[in-house]
Design a protein around this ligand. Structure first.
Ligand SMILES: *Cc1c(COP(=O)(O)O)cnc(C)c1O
Length: 803
C-alpha cells in the first residue's frame, strides 16, 4: 500500500471511508492522522512479529527507564520506513499537507529532559542497528505538564496526550501481571528449605501497552512496553473506591522533577510497579524459550537507567529465591551478571534514598532481600577492610534508617557507567570513590549520544539535503562518515549552502516567534539559544544577567557597538522549584524592558518560547548560531542538547563540563568558545572554600550595577528579585555565576565580533562542527554498550526488503 503514490492514495481513501463511515471530503485532520497511523502500524506488523521470532535465539537487552521522552512519532516512523516521500506526495494530491498532519500529534512527553530523551534515542539506535533491545517504562496518563507563561510567570496545565487515544500502541490485556503491595511475609518449609511468601497483599494489575520501535531502513521492529496500572481482579472487598483511585494514581502522572522526589510513597510505588511488572514479563518470556533460569545471564541483560528502576535487582532475586527455590549464592551470581547500571548525576541532592519506615511496610519482602544483600555486602567489606567502620558505614546499602538506591545499583550490577568522560572520572574519584577502590573493574564510561535520524534527518531536512548533495548518502546510515565533509570545509559553494540553510531555518523560527510571542526578530541577527530544563546549575541566570549588562552598556554609552543578537530561551521549571520560577520571571522582565526600549534599536531581542518539548526543540535547534552550554563545571553529567546543536551547525559557548569537553576534543579549540572555571577548580572551592562572591560585586562595576538592579526598583515588580540577589551575594553564589561572569562576557564579545568581522571563518567553524558530530550519534554509544556491557549482536543486518 506504500509502494507508490497511487496505491497509497487508494488505500488511504478506502480506509477513511470504511473506518469513519464518511466520505474523504468530510473527514477531519484528526481522522486522517488516525487513518495514516493505523496504516503504518499494520504495515509493520509482520516485521514486528518476525523480529520477535528471530530474537528468540539471541541474547537480548531490556532497557528499564522511568522516563521515555519520545516526542512525535508519525514523521519519524515514515522516515525510518523510507515512505515519507510517497506519503507526502500522495497526500499532496489530496490537498493534505503531511507537515500539518504531523503537527496534530501530541508529543509523547513521558519524561522530563535529557535522561528520558536519551532513552528514546537509544531505542531508535537499537532498532536501526538491528540489535535485540526492548524498552520498559510506564504509560503515564499525563506526561510532563504543559507550560503556559502568563505575565512572565509559569503556569502548569495537565498534559493530556491520550485524549484522542494513541495510535501507535497495542493493549495486551492477556499479558497483564499482578503486583503486590503492603501485607506481610510468612515463612514456611518446603522440601526441608525455609521459604518465604508474601501474604495479605493488595494487588495492582499492570497492563502492558506495546509500541513498535521502527528501525531506519531495516526490517527490525523492536518493542517499547509501557505499563498501565489498573484495579486487580483480586481487589479488596472494602473501600473499593479508595482502592481504585490509589491504583490508578500509580500511572497517572510523571513526576515533574529531575532532581528530587516528592510524594514519597507514590513515587516508590511507581518504581516497584515498573520493575516488578517488567521482571515478571521478562522471565515469563524467557521461560517460554528455556526450561530454567540457571543460564539467564547468558541470554539476557537488564539495564537500569539511573536509580529509579534499581528495585529490579531485589525483585529479580525474589523470583529466583522464592518462586524458583534457588540458593542465595547462585541467585546472586546470576543477578549481578544480568544487571548493569548508568549513573546520570553528581548532584548529591539527587541521589535517591528511601526511609525504611516508608519502604518496609510497602514492600516487605523486597526490604528483607535488600537487608540480606546489605548484610552480605558489609561482611565482604569487613574481610577486605577489617576495622574500617567508617568506610563500611559510608558504603552500606542500608544505613541511618535509609535505603540507598545508588549503592544497591552498584553492588547488584556488573557494570556501572557514567555518561561522559569527565563525569565518569568524577564518579570514580569523588562520588563513588570507595566503590571504585573496592571494584574498579565495574566502572566504565559511555559518552551519551543522540540519534541523527531525528535531530538531523527529521529536524533539519534543509541541512540534510545540502549534505547529501555534497558527500552523498553514506553518512545517513553511518554518521561517522559526516567526516567526509572535511574536504569541503574551505569550499565556498558548501559554505554558502550552509549560510543559506541556516538563514532559512532562522526565518522559519522568526515566523514562529512572531506568531507566538508577537516579537519581530531579525533573521540576520545572531541567534543565541539556551533551551533545556531550568535549573540553577545550568545557569540560565548567567545568560540573562549578561543580557542585562549589555542593555546597561547600550543605555550608558551611545557608542557601544555590538552586532545584533536574538537571545532565545525555552525551559520548564519543576512546579515546586521556586528559585527556577523566579529566573523565568527575570528573563521575562529583562525581555520586556529590552524589547521595548528604542535605545536598543533592535540590537538585542529576548524571546522566551513557552512549553519547551521535543517537537519545539526540532524547530528551534536548526536555527541556532550559538548554543549555550554554560553549566557550572562538574555539574552537568553529559548534556545531549549540546550535541544536537553541534550537529546542526551551531557553535558552542560552553564551560568545560559534561560532553562539552569531548566536543572540544572533536572540533579543536579554534572551533568552540570555551570559558570559565574548570571542574577541578570548582571542586577545590567546594572542598576548601576561598571564593567570595561579594568581592566580585565590589570590584566589578558592571556586576554591581546588574546586581543592584535586581532589588532597587529598576524592574518595578512587586517583590523584585531579592531571592536571586540573596543567593548570589548573601549565600555566596553556589554555582559561581559571578565568578564566571567576566570570562563569559569576554567570550560572548569575541563570538559576536567574529560573526560580524569574519563570516567566512564562522562558516568554516560551523562546517567543522557538523563534520565532527558523527561521534555523538547514539549509534556509536549503543554499539559501545552492546559490545562492552550487554554482549549482544545484531541479527545479521537484513537489507531492506523492497515492498
Ligand atoms: C535534548 C533535550 C533535553 C536535554 O537538554 P540538555 O541541554 O542536555 O539539558 C531536554 N529536553 C528536551 C525536550 C530535549 O530534546
Amino acid at each position: 500500500m506504500f509502494s507508490n503514490k497511487e496505491a497509497f492514495k487508494a488505500a488511504f481513501l478506502k480506509r477513511i471511508e470504511r473506518t469513519y463511515g464518511k466520505s474523504f471530503q468530510d473527514s477531519t485532520l484528526s481522522d486522517q492522522f488516525q487513518t495514516l497511523g493505523n496504516m503504518v502500524r499494520e504495515y509493520i506488523s509482520s516485521n514486528w512479529i518476525q523480529t520477535n521470532e528471530e530474537y528468540s535465539k539471541e541474547k537480548k537487552v531490556y532497557y528499564l527507564s522511568i522516563e521515555f521522552l519520545l516526542g512525535r512519532l508519525l514523521g519519524q516512523n515514515l522516515l525510518n520506513l523510507g515512505i515519507y516521500d510517497v506519503v507526502e506526495e500522495g497526500l499532496k494530491d489530496l490537498h493534505i499537507s503531511l507537515e500539518e498532519l504531523e503537527e496534530i500529534e501530541y508529543d509523547a512527553a513521558l519524561g522530563n529532559g535529557g535522561l528520558g530523551r536519551l532513552a528514546a534515542c537509544f531505542l531508535d539506535s537499537l532498532a536501526s542497528l538491528d540489535l535485540p533491545g526492548h524498552g520498559y517504562g510506564i504509560r503515564y496518563k499525563h506526561g510532563l505538564f504543559e507550560q503556559r507563561i502568563v505575565d512572565g510567570f509559569q503556569l502548569e496545565l495537565p498534559e493530556h496526550w491520550l485524549r484522542y487515544g494513541h495510535v501507535w500502541e497495542v493493549r495486551k490485556i492477556d499479558m497483564a501481571v499482578e503486583i503486590p503491595f503492603w501485607g506481610k511475609v510468612e515463612t514456611y518449609e518446603k522440601d526441608g528449605i525455609l521459604t518465604f511468601r508474601h501474604v495479605d497483599a493488595e494487588y495492582v494489575s499492570a497492563v502492558p501497552y506495546d509500541m513498535p520501535v521502527i528501525g531506519y531502513e531495516t526490517d527490525t521492529v523492536n518493542t517499547l512496553r509501557l505499563w498501565s496500572a489498573e484495579p486487580s481482579r483480586y481487589m479488596p472487598n472494602q473501600d473499593v473506591l479508595k482502592y481504585k483511585k490509589e491504583t490508578e494514581a500509580i500511572s497517572e502522572f510523571l513526576y515533574p522533577d529531575d532532581t528530587n522526589d516528592e510524594g514519597k510513597i507514590l513515587r516508590l510505588k511507581q518504581q516497584y510497579f515498573l520493575v516488578s511488572a517488567s521482571i515478571r514479563s521478562i522471565i515469563q518470556d524467557y521461560l517460554e524459550q528455556y526450561k530454567d533460569l540457571h543460564a539467564f545471564h547468558e541470554h539476557v541483560s537488564i539495564h537500569i537507567n539511573d536509580t529509579h528502576p534499581v528495585l529490579a535487582i531485589p525483585e529479580f532475586m525474589r523470583v529466583l529465591l522464592d518462586d524458583h527455590c534457588m540458593s542465595w549464592e547462585e541467585a546472586w551470581q546470576i543477578t549481578t551478571n544480568t544487571f548493569c547500571y548508568t549513573n546520570h548525576t553528581t548532584l548529591s541532592e539527587a541521589l535517591e534514598q528511601w526511609p525504611i519506615r516508608i519502604f518496609q511496610p510497602l514492600l516487605p519482602r523486597i526490604f528483607m532481600i535488600i537487608d540480606e544483600i546489605n548484610e552480605r555486602f558489609c561482611k565482604s567489606l569487613w574481610e577486605l577492610y577489617p576495622g574500617e567502620w567508617g568506610r563500611i558505614e559510608q558504603m552500606a546499602i542500608v544505613a541511618h534508617g535509609q535505603v540507598k538506591m545508588a549503592h544497591l545499583a552498584i553492588v547488584g550490577s556488573h557494570s556501572v557507567n557514567g555518561v561522559a568522560k569527565i563525569h565518569t572520572e568524577i564518579l570514580k574519584n569523588r562520588e563513588m570513590n570507595l566503590f571504585y577502590q573496592f571494584q574498579p573493574e565495574k566502572f566504565n564510561n559511555k559518552t551519551n549520544g543522540i540519534t541523527h535520524r531525528r535531530w538531523l534527518l527529521k529536524a533539519n531536512p534543509e541541512l540534510t539535503h545540502l549534505i547529501r548533495e555534497t558527500i552523498g548518502d553514506e553518512w545517513m546510515k553511518q554518521p561517522e562518515k559526516l567526516a567526509l565533509l572535511h574536504s569541503y570545509e574551505q569550499d565556498s559553494a558548501f559554505l554558502t549552502g550552509l549560510a543559506d540553510v541556516k538563514l532559512k531555518r532562522k526565518e522559519i523560527l522568526a515566523k514562529r516567534i512572531l506568531e507566538q510571542n508577537g516579537i519581530n526578530v531579525d533573521p540576520q541577527s545572531i541567534f543565541d539559544i539556551q533551551v533545556k530544563r531550568l535549573h540553577a546549575y545550568k545557569r540560565q541566570l548567567l545568560n540573562v544577567l549578561h543580557i542585562l549588562y549589555l542593555y546597561n552598556r547600550m543605555r550608558e554609552d551611545a557608542s557601544f557597538d555590538m552586532y545584533p543578537r536574538t537571545f532565545v530561551f525555552g525551559a520548564k521549571a519543576s512546579p515546586g522549584y521556586y528559585y527556577a520560577k523566579k529566573i523565568i520571571k527575570l528573563i521575562h522582565s529583562v525581555a520586556d524592558m529590552v524589547n521595548n526600549d528604542p535605545i536598543v534599536k533592535d540590537r538585542i531581542k529576548v524571546v522566551f518560547l513557552e512549553n519547551y518539548r521535543v517537537s519545539l526543540a526540532e524547530d528551534i535547534i536548526p536555527a541556532a548560531d550559538i548554543s549555550e552550554q554554560i553549566s557550572t563545571a562538574s555539574k552537568e553529567a553529559s548534556g545531549t542538547g549540546n550535541m544536537k546543536f553541534m550537529m546542526n551547525g551551531a557553535l558552542t559557548m560552553g564551560t568545560l563540563d559534561g560532553a562539552n569537553v569531548e566536543i572540544l576534543e572533536q572540533v579543536g579549540q579554534e572551533n568552540i568558545f570555551i570559558f570559565g572555571l574548570k571542574a577541578e577548580e570548582v571542586m577545590k572551592f567546594e572542598r576548601e572554600g576561598g571564593y567570595r562572591s561579594m568581592d566580585y560585586y565590589h570590584h566589578d562595576n558592571h556586576i554591581r550595577q546588574v546586581m543592584d538592579q535586581l532589588v532597587n526598583g529598576f524592574f518595578n515588580e512587586e517583590d523584585q528579585f531579592e531571592m536571586i540577589y540573596d543567593s548570589l551575594l548573601i549565600e555566596n553564589d553556589q554555582y559561581f555565576v559571578l565568578k564566571d561572569f567576566a570570562a563569559y562576557r569576554d567570550k560572548q564579545q569575541e563570538a559576536g565580533r567574529l560573526y560580524e568581522k569574519d563570516r567566512n571563518r564562522w562558516l568554516q567553524m560551523t562546517a567543522r562542527n557538523i563534520s565532527q558530530s558523527g561521534y555523538f550519534s547514539s549509534d556509536r554509544t549503543i554499539r559501545e554498550y552492546a559490545s562492552d556491557i550487554w554482549e549482544i549482536h545484531n541479527r545479521g543486518s537484513q537489507v531492506l526488503v523492497k515492498r
